[in-house]
Structure formats: structure tokens, C-alpha cells
Design a protein around this ligand. Sequence first.
Ligand SMILES: *Cc1c(COP(=O)(O)O)cnc(C)c1O
Length: 430
Amino acid sequence: MGDLRRRVPGTDTLLAEPRLAAAVATVGRDRVKVAIGRAQDRARRGEIPPERVAEAAVAALPSPVPRAVLNATGVVLHTNLGRAPLGAPAVAAVVAAAGHTDVELDLGTGRRARRGRDALDALAAAVPDAGAVHVVNNGAAALVLAATALAAGGEIVVSRGELVEIGDGFRLPDLVASTGARLREVGTTNRSTLADYAAAIGPRTGFVLKVHPSNFVVTGFTRAVPVRELATLGVPVVADIGSGLLAADPLLPDEPDAASTLRAGAALVTASGDKLLGGPQAGLLLGGAGLVERLRRHPLARALRVDKLTLAALAATLGAPVTPVHAALHADPSALRDRVEGLRVALHAAGRPAETVSSVAVVGGGGAPGVELPSWALSLPQRYAGPLRTGRPPVLGRVVRGRLLLDLRCVPVEADPVVRDAVLAVPAGD
Ligand SMILES: *Cc1c(COP(=O)(O)O)cnc(C)c1O
């Protein structure tokens, strides 16, 4: 018994274990020590072997809610996993903004200032083609504000090919109709022409709406009218570009961006902040100064106002050149293969057979449907899927033909040891 007690690792040793050291920052030293104490007691009672004390301490940590998970699905913008992960500067900005901040105060003059001016100025600077910008809670809210302020009681002209369901049963036509604006549908599912739009425009037209099909593609006998042509119709064109790409990205040639869409003649562009922009959940509105001011002064704008944390994260995201989303999209496949191979070798040495396999990652529901990103994955027996999903931290892969694939494209490189340890923490089978 005395020998067993001596073999139980000490508290300082355990506090240096990477996952427990990381937990000190999130749940605090005292709570980590409580978890360590519980695990040590279990080992002293002989319930667990001394070499599993660290594991048991990690399992005994209080989990923050919601739980942080590792996204090894190969889906960059995974809606169920919270879409874009924030980068380190944005996380730091959120933490700093959590207390009292100067969100609506000019420290120089001591007077009230424009709320969230840092984020708004950064957005305006990132898209000089916009005369003015505004930010609301999400992409859907941006569209609701535009429809209410510019077309309530009137009509919005939209192609039948762009009546999109965003997800979870929410449909843009229903959303727009809820504002009191009437949708005037033109064209067919696969084809709409400029003449279709022209015939539908009249004195009740508030604007022409162009919606980017973010989560599907229609191929074959198709035709859609670009913003450039819609802009000749003599009514404002509101373009819901979806993903929040501010400038064109050669990797995603079919994904519309705010700058090009405004240059093509859109009066207003709406987009999400937590898709390809890689920022917090937010709805971006960019357009002519007069139009944006009308939106900003509309009573509904107050109900869609964003939190100071969102404004802080958005300003920091716009100030950081490379977001985690950008890094995941542009990751070099050969570097991903080397990382997977490194994990495979380490697991093999620990008696866990795994394979290095090529994989195909995707952007996800947030944009660029049909774009395939060549990637690499660690392939494990399917029985690992459940324990990894419910482990600490949860690691989510995807099951393909009886194998669990852990695609590293969206896993930050510094988390590779966490993936390795998570796999090793799954009880070895046959
Ligand atoms: C994602 C998306 C929306 C909804 O944006 P949220 O930020 O999720 O509210 C609306 N329109 C398009 C085209 C989209 O892709």
C-alpha cells in the first residue's frame, strides 16, 4: 500500500501536465487542484493505476458550458460547432471588453461617442467601396433590417432560384415576409432573366434582392442575372452575399465578396460575420451613406444592436491578417500530411495502429458549396468515434466506410498532442 502511495504523481507534477496546465487558465488553479486531489485519492484507494491519475484528473475537471471541442471533421465552417472559431487577438479583445469599456464613450473629450466605432471604422477601412457600414446581430437580422426599413408595405423583387433555406428550417422568403414586405418572385428555379425582373418592377418596388446560394449549387440549364445587370434597373439592389468575404479570394472564385459586389452596383450588401470573414456572429451592412443611415436610424436597429463583446471581437478580427478560418482554408496539404504522419508514428509506437489517408475537406454551410479542399486525415477504427466525441476535450471526426477520419485541416497545429493524447485515452481494444 505504501508503495502504491509513493507511485501516485504529486500535485506539482500533475499541474505541469499540458491539459491540466491549460485548464488552470480556463477554470482556475483551485478547481484544477480539486480535480487532481480527487484523482490522487482514487489512485491511493487502488481504484485506478498511478499512470492514469492525470487522465482521471482531466476527466474530473469541471467542464465549461458550452464545451470547447476540437474540429477534426474537415468542415471549416461547421454550423453545429459554432461556425468560425475566433483568433487569438479576437479572444483577447473579448476578454478585455468583458468589463467596463469605452464602447460608447470618447475618452479624449469625455463625451458620448458612436457605439462600436473601432469595429465600424475597421470594417469601413477594409471595404473602401462602401460609403458607410452598420453591424447587427447576424446575417438574417441584416436582411430583416433592410427589408423593414426599405420595403415594408411595398415589394421586394427576387428570383425563384434564390428562395433559400439557410438551415434548421429557416427560410429567407419567410424571414423577409415577416417584415411586412411582399415578395415578388420572378423567373423559375433554374433560370431568371433581366427581362423577368424588369417586368416585375413598379411603383411599389422597395428593392431588388439578390441572394447568394451559399449552401447549394444548381448546375445544368441555368441562368441568373448578375448584380452588374440588376443595377441597371433603376431601383436599389440589395445583395445578400452570405459569407462575409470582404475582398475576392482566388481560392473561392464563385464566392461573392463585398467590395466587388458594391463595385458592380449594389446599393447595399448584407453578410454574416462568422463565416468566411472568420469573426464573431454578426450581420454586416455595407452600402451608400444615405441608405445605411436610414437603416441605422430605424427603430428596429436598436432591437438588433450587437453586444460590446461582438464589437470587440469584430474589430480585432478585422485588424488581424490571418484568422483561424483563413489558416484552415489556405493550409498546405503537404504540411497537413506531415502532421498526420507524425501522429500516426507516435500512435504506432504506443501500440495504436492508425493510417494516414488523403481526405477532402469542405468550407461548410457557411459558403462555397462544391469547393473541395485537398486534405489529410488520421484513420482509426470506427469504435473510436464515440469515446473521442465524449472525451476531454471532445474530438470530432467523421465516419467514412467504417473508419473514423480525423482531418487536421481545422485543427490548430499546437493541438496535435491533444489529438494524440485523446486517442491514447480511449481504452485499447483488440
Ligand atoms: C448564412 C446566410 C444567411 C444567414 O446569416 P446568419 O448570420 O446565419 O443569420 C443569410 N443569407 C445567406 C445567403 C447566407 O449564406
